[in-house]
Each structure stands twice: as C-alpha cells, then as structure tokens.
Design a protein around this ligand. Structure first.
Ligand SMILES: *Cc1c(COP(=O)(O)O)cnc(C)c1O
Length: 236
C-alpha cells in the first residue's frame, strides 16, 4: 500500500467530482478517518498532505494526542461521543462532528465554559432514520441548532451525516441531497448570528464523490487511504 499515492488518488477524485459539479475543489477538505491506525501511519498520512484527521474513539484520540502523532494536521472527533467522555475531547480537537442531543450539547458547553474556550461543533443528523445509528432526526434539528446558537461556549459550524453503508455510487445520493437542503435551511435560520456555518461533513470511501456532487465541504475517508480495516472486535 502506498499512502502517498492513495492520498493523491483520493484528492484527484475529489477535485474531479467538484469540477464536474461546477465547484471549486478548494472548497472541499479531506479528513482521514484514522480509527485503528498507528501513530506511524497517522504521521505518514499527514506527511502525504492530508490536512485533517478524524478520530472515532476517545481512547485512540487520547493516545495519539499524547504521542504527538497529529502534528501538522487538525484533529476532529467524528465518532459517537458519550457525555461522560466529553472532558477528554472538548478543547483537544478543532471540531466535534457528532453532537446529536441536547444533553450532549449542554455537556460540551459546560466543559468549554470551564476551560474558558469556544468549542466548534457540528450537529449529526440520522438522515436515513436508521435505528442503529446516532444522529438527531431532521425534525429535531432546528431546536438543537437554536440551543447551540444560544450556548456561548459552542459554535455551530454545520452538519454531519453517516448514511447507510453504500452499495455503490448513486446509492446514497438522495441522503446527501437531503443533507444539503437541511444545511441550507439551518444556515438561513442562523443568518443573523455570528456562527459560521461552513461545514457539511458527509461522504466516505464508497461515496465521497456523490457527497461532493451534493455539496459536501468535508469528506471523511478511511479505507480508500489506508486499505481495509480489521473487522470490529478483532484483537490487535
Ligand atoms: C470509519 C469512518 C469513516 C470512513 O469510512 P471508510 O468507509 O473507511 O472510508 C467516515 N466517517 C466515520 C464517522 C467513520 O467512523
């Protein structure tokens, strides 16, 4: 596996999808989904030009931060976040993608307030209504956005979605399109606010080109950069 080549290939595909949609490729940020990767691999992917690393698990995030593995890149938290782990994440990452409840939002606000900082967040939407997944319903989104706007120690930067496992290009396009509409709606509601709604986080290895076509500003890519991961629960 050649990381440098994979990064280049993914960046070229992002740029091609952007141009095909009449977008400036510079509007789209590549975030490497680094779950299960080693410090060494993370350093290598950053050296290959990836500007953002997205981490799923608090334990891995903390270990890589302590090792200084993310030097030269921004770090985002993209996995499900339990309220009791908020303290380990707030103030240590540039953006939390997975805020999906009032409870979690308030916990992040409180921790940020304690630290005297403003934490950037995205609201995660369960756009396909899948039982097994995190994310708020599209119906719950306006109230959550309003609460975020009122919470001085969080800054709402946009939305995130993890649609169903893609069965190929085209399969998730309708969800990406729905997300873009929700994003535009929320942005309009926030227009008199100083919050900067500039991030629509959607698209993974199997479907990031569709996501770019539908307006993603950040794609989270793992497998296409690092190769297949061991199945969940495999001892390492
Ligand atoms: C693992 C993961 C990704 C990347 O998935 P791939 O299919 O390997 O590209 C993106 N987003 C989140 C939240 C993830 O957990």
């Amino acid at each position: 596996m050649d990381l440098t080549q994979n990064v280049k290939a993914v960046q070229e595909k992002i740029a091609a999808a952007a141009r095909a949609a009449g977008r400036d490729p510079g509007e789209i940020t590549l975030c490497a989904a680094t779950k299960v990767q080693t410090d060494e691999t993370i350093r290598a992917v950053i050296a290959a030009g990836v500007p953002v690393c997205g981490e799923n698990r608090v334990q891995e995030l903390t270990a890589h931060l302590d090792a200084g593995a993310y030097a030269g890149a921004q770090v985002h938290f993209i996995g499900h976040l339990q309220t009791n782990k908020v303290r380990q994440v707030v103030g240590r990452v540039a953006l939390i993608h997975s805020v999906d409840s009032e409870h979690l939002l308030r916990a992040i606000h409180r921790q940020a307030e304690k630290l005297g900082i403003v934490q950037d967040i995205l609201l995660e939407v369960n756009v396909a209504g899948e039982e097994s997944k995190g994310g708020c319903t599209p119906e719950a989104l306006p109230a959550l956005a309003e609460l975020a706007q009122k919470s001085g120690c969080v800054r709402l930067r946009g939305l995130m979605a993890i649609p169903p496992v893609s069965t190929g290009l085209g399969a998730n396009r309708k969800y990406f399109s729905q997300m873009r509409n929700l994003f535009v709606d929320i942005m309009k509601k926030m227009s008199d606010n100083q919050d900067v709604m500039d991030c629509l986080s959607m698209g993974m290895s199997a479907d990031f080109e569709d996501a770019v076509a539908e307006g993603a500003t950040l794609v989270r890519v793992g497998t296409a950069l690092f190769g297949p991961r061991p199945p969940l629960g495999t001892p390492r």
